[in-house]
Design a binder for this molecule. Structure first.
Ligand code: OAD
Ligand code: ZN
Length: 249
């Protein structure tokens, strides 16, 4: 099946790659919902992933995202990220849509990454949305932060640059993603549980518009039923095997 899937990818004219936390797992970043290791297996999602939690406990919430940002900064993109950036160079129309808030796609050479859930590297003001630049002190601090930095414009707290539950996805990003999905001939889904909407709707839209669906994931998801090719396993391993010649692995 690997050769067949590789051919489908190489012959695609309009490819959408749709990624979730699983694509960064082999870089050493925990996913959210994997049993035992996932963030939401260890921490209460309600105390970390919505605006009310931030209002009630800004220092605690901000510290948790800072801990994650530093962990992301300390790891490297993996072979799956590399194969995705390679595909961008050979497929005529290529779109990368990610739910990830890390920058590992960019660091392995992908450009124009559509971040549906924002970026942990782009914090902003909680009130006026003014962007905030991390300082050298921010970057070396490792202990629990009592309170987040303040906005230089309005004085309110700086919040993580990600989308929390009950918040809207960035409209322009979602629109671009939907447009690509509605016109693609192949969609490659990698490492997402497919339980967070509206992101999880995109593969169903692609299927509806006639695209071939390829999935890479070690565990079952709702996308199994629409996948033309379901590769059960780890992304870096599978894509590394598929593209070992092209990537000189
Ligand atoms: P999840 O943690 O829900 O799902 C991760 C998926 O990756 C699971 O289906 C795993 O089986 C799979 N996986 C694990 N290791 C893998 C590997 N090596 N190769 C391929 N797949 C692997 O993460 P997401 O689906 O990304 O929201 O979660 C969606 C959203 O929920 C996230 O964007 C996040 C979270 O709350 C925000 O950050 C705003
Ligand atoms: Zn402000």
């Amino acid at each position: 099946m690997l050769t067949e899937v590789k051919d489908v990818l190489l012959q695609s004219k309009k490819l959408v790659v749709f990624t979730g936390a699983g694509v960064s797992a082999e870089s050493g970043i925990p996913t959210f919902r994997d049993a035992l290791t996932g963030h939401w297996a260890k921490h209460d999602i309600n105390q970390l992933a919505n605006a009310t939690a931030f209002i009630n406990n800004p220092g605690f919430v901000y510290s948790w995202y800072e801990m994650r940002r530093k962990q992301i900064n300390s790891v490297q993109p993996n072979t799956a990220h590399e194969v995705i950036s390679y595909l961008e160079t050979i497929v005529p129309e290529f779109t990368l849509v990610t739910q990830n808030v890390d920058d590992l796609h960019e660091r392995s050479g992908s450009t124009n990454v559509l971040h549906l859930h924002g970026s942990i590297h782009k914090p902003r003001c909680f009130s006026c949305s003014e962007p905030y630049e991390f300082t050298v002190t921010d970057n070396i601090k490792t202990d629990l932060i009592k309170s987040p930095p303040h906005c230089l414009k309005c004085g309110d707290y700086i919040r993580p640059g990600i989308v929390w539950f009950s918040e809207r996805l960035p409209e322009d990003v979602l629109n671009k993603a939907e447009q690509s999905v509605n016109h693609c001939d192949v969609m490659l889904i990698i490492g997402t549980s497919g339980v967070v909407y509206p992101a999880a709707k995109l593969p169903f839209d692609a299927k509806q518009s006639g695209a071939k669906i390829i999935q890479i994931n070690p565990t079952p998801t709702d996308f199994d039923m629409i996948a033309d090719f379901n590769l059960v396993g780890r992304a870096a391993e599978i894509l590394g095997e598929m593209f070992q010649t092209e990537l000189h692995l």
